[in-house]
Ligand binder design. Structure first.
Ligand SMILES: Cc1cc2nc3c(=O)[nH]c(=O)nc-3n(C[C@H](O)[C@H](O)[C@H](O)COP(=O)(O)OP(=O)(O)OC[C@H]3O[C@@H](n4cnc5c(N)ncnc54)[C@H](O)[C@@H]3O)c2cc1C
Length: 384
């Protein structure tokens, strides 16, 4: 069977491009031909702000826009400064990411790009077939980063919340922000039946990204995000400001087992592979880790069904989402309990799936016990 390429990457966004750049940096793959399919390539503007926590000196540092040693949690009554040392909270603009990985990819003549739109892909065991709006391609492996929201919306076994947000980068006339402190979550805004908070990343005393974020079942109308942001700025006495740029987004918060649709030759990656942390939506670090794993995995394995499985963190996320899905008004209380009663370093370790069982137990015991216990029992009854 004559193949068109060894590997096809469907979607050249964050995970597709990072995977391609890591494969192209590894001499093991120097003879592999790779095709990236994405109608929106190359991305020429900053379409997302990628934040994550990591050790002070680590990968991506040279590309960061900002980083913070402290982040703040607020609930309208208390304000807790969370000392992250030895970690920093880091911000990477997607345009810096795209330019950097594209410069690596460009140097590798084995990587080809097509601006075709993928319509389907199938594993025929000895080869994969990818259909696009222009033509079809055969390859030995396919990496899919195109998220199909319909699949997770249709699923009835696992709760789906959407992390949806609109953020404004604003420049104020007068100094207002403390550029040393990012606000991780500010729940002081009026709460109703949904989990909502503000997220603030100050770059200087008069410039910041202010983002209105919700974890809920339905998204809002455009005007509702605008109103919440302008009310928040007004109530913080920020009235004289210019909006420099805006970002909007939706991230899936679900324990849907995306990996079950991996086949021997097709691997779902990025948010489409379930790499968005279900309880927080953070994805970038998982993409960074998992793309490195793929590069190593393929050197000794041929079957993608063996790549990544459920672990205990998946179960914790599932219980947390079960609670938040059915009792969405509880978000402020749950995050307050977690941040008030636990050491921030342990929390960030936990959110990174790197904590010990004893640390996890302590964090879990800080949540309302009866609500969580009943969620565990209901989940066991419903099935994992
Ligand atoms: C605004 C925003 C801010 C975010 N901020 C953070 C953050 O701070 N920290 C964090 O950890 N995560 C964040 N995320 C979540 C996550 O990191 C990003 O969504 C990230 O882009 C996920 O990478 P991906 O490769 O899965 O998807 P994408 O980067 O979205 O890539 C998917 C690609 O598929 C292409 N595509 C779609 N349909 C087709 C088709 N039919 N054929 C071919 N190509 C197609 C798209 O053009 C796109 O390039 C954010 C997300 C958004 C939207």
């Amino acid at each position: 069977m004559k193949l068109d390429y060894d590997y096809i990457i469907c979607g050249g966004g964050i995970s597709g491009l990072l995977l391609a750049s890591k494969l192209s940096n590894d001499s093991h793959y120097k003879n592999k031909s790779i095709l990236i399919l994405d109608p929106d390539f190359p991305k020429k503007y900053n379409d997302r702000t990628l934040c994550f926590w990591d050790k002070k000196n680590s990968a991506w540092d040279s590309l960061l826009t900002s980083s913070w040693e402290n982040v703040v949690f607020k609930n309208g009554i208390d304000e807790k400064s969370l000392d992250l040392n030895p970690l920093n909270y880091k911000m990477l603009s997607s345009i810096s990411f795209y330019n950097y990985v594209n410069s690596i990819i460009k140097k590798n003549t084995n990587i080809h790009i097509s601006n075709s739109k993928v319509s389907s892909f199938k594993d025929y065991n000895s080869y994969c077939l990818v259909e696009t709006n222009e033509r079809s391609f055969k390859s030995s492996k396919v990496f899919n980063s195109i998220l199909d929201w319909n699949i997770i919306k249709k699923d009835t076994k696992y709760p789906l919340l959407i992390q949806h947000f609109e953020g404004w980068v604003i420049k104020t006339k007068h100094d207002f922000f403390d550029s040393k402190k990012a606000t991780f979550m500010d729940f002081s805004i009026p709460q109703d039946s949904t989990t909502k908070f503000m997220y603030i990343l100050p770059f200087s005393k008069n410039e910041a990204l202010v983002e209105f974020t919700l974890f809920s079942q339905q998204v809002l109308n455009k005007e509702d995000y605008h109103l919440a942001l302008s009310n928040y700025l007004g109530s913080s006495e920020i009235t004289d400001y210019e909006i420099i740029s805006k970002e909007t987004g939706q991230i899936p918060m679900t324990c849907y087992p995306f990996f079950e649709s991996n086949t021997k030759n097709i691997l779902n990656i990025g948010s489409a592979g379930g790499w968005s942390k279900p309880s927080t939506g953070y994805t970038f670090k998982n993409i960074d880790r998992n793309t490195t794993k793929i590069v190593e995995f393929l050197k000794s394995e041929n079957n993608f069904k063996k790549f990544l499985r459920k672990n205990r963190f998946w179960f914790y996320d599932l219980i947390f989402l079960d609670v938040l899905y059915y009792e969405n008004h509880l978000g402020k209380q749950l995050f307050t309990d977690m941040f008030k009663k636990n050491d921030p370093k342990t929390i960030f370790k936990f959110l990174d799936n790197k904590s010990s069982f004893m640390e996890e137990l302590k964090i879990m015991l800080s949540f309302p016990k009866i609500i969580f216990l009943s969620a565990v029992l209901k989940r066991i009854y419903k099935g994992l």
